[in-house]
Design a protein around this ligand. Structure first.
Ligand code: MN
Length: 263
């Protein structure tokens, strides 16, 4: 028997109003990336794109209509969202999207809806829960690895080492290392107090996966919650590739938590 279908809210990527754009001139577009939608669907989840709460709707009411939340990748997080000024204008990120996603995260914590954050989504989780980011790994972290290369995009890969005892490594048969793609220039700097590191890039120590650990928090909204973020893009690993971590155990674990709360 196949798994029951669930509805996963996707946080939207924003294309803000652009008076120069040929189509939808001056209009704001919200979108989902298609590999992400396929990753969810082949594991029996229907993606539901969540709009900006408007016209009397609160984020909590949007979250009422979904079973879990997936934070998509995309633009940078605005440094102001975690109390810094952008060191360069091009690192200013998308503050509107930050606030929209943080409100969704808070509503999901309140309602015990599982959350999975991908790339930017992992960073948004850390910031939502009180952490900070490197605005630019290559200039702020000494001897850092290249974590983003536009020319090769998802074909840029690097090693990953699981922290001892990480639940994430259990999803991969308890293995200690893996290989992943890398398309990010921001990364977690100060880790939020309630998050635990599950994996790092071994060469430079950059955090590549986090999970909420309620034993680190006194907040009742964190008790028993499922919140995980990964810095890579599992959804772009669509062809069977034995050299890279299989994307599906991650999605299946998230969805089993979602289904468990609906049963
Ligand atoms: Mn990386």
């Amino acid at each position: 028997m196949s798994d029951p279908v669930v509805r996963i809210g996707f946080s939207a990527c924003f294309m803000h109003a652009d008076p120069e754009r040929a189509l939808f001139k001056g209009k704001t577009l919200l979108y989902m990336e298609n590999s992400m939608a396929r990753w969810a669907m082949r594991n029996r989840a229907i993606p539901v794109l969540l709009p900006l709460a408007a016209d009397g709707f609160k984020p909590a009411e949007l979250v009422d209509g979904i079973d879990g939340l997936l934070l998509q990748g995309g633009s940078d997080v605005c440094p102001r969202t975690y109390g810094e000024e952008p060191l360069k204008a091009e690192w200013g990120g998308d503050e509107i999207r930050d606030l929209y996603e943080i409100a969704l995260v808070e509503a999901c914590l309140e309602q015990d809806k599982p959350i999975l954050g991908i790339c930017r989504g992992c960073q948004v989780l850390n910031v939502s829960l009180g952490g900070t980011l490197y605005q630019d790994i290559s200039t702020q972290v000494e001897k850092s690895l290249v974590h983003r290369d536009w020319d090769v995009y998802e074909d840029l890969h690097h090693e990953l080492v699981f922290e001892p005892g990480a639940g994430l490594s259990d999803l991969y048969g308890g293995r200690e290392t893996g290989r992943i793609n890398s398309i990010h220039h921001q990364g977690i700097k100060d880790l939020a107090g309630c998050l635990r590191v599950e994996a790092r890039s071994p060469e430079d120590g950059i955090i590549e996966a986090v999970v909420l650990d309620d034993s680190l928090s006194l907040d009742p909204k964190h008790k028993g919650r499922y919140v995980r973020g990964v810095q890579w893009h599992p959804e772009f690993i669509e062809k069977k590739d034995e050299t890279l971590l299989d994307p599906d155990p991650l999605m299946k674990d998230f969805l089993s938590q979602v289904r468990g709360r609906r049963a």
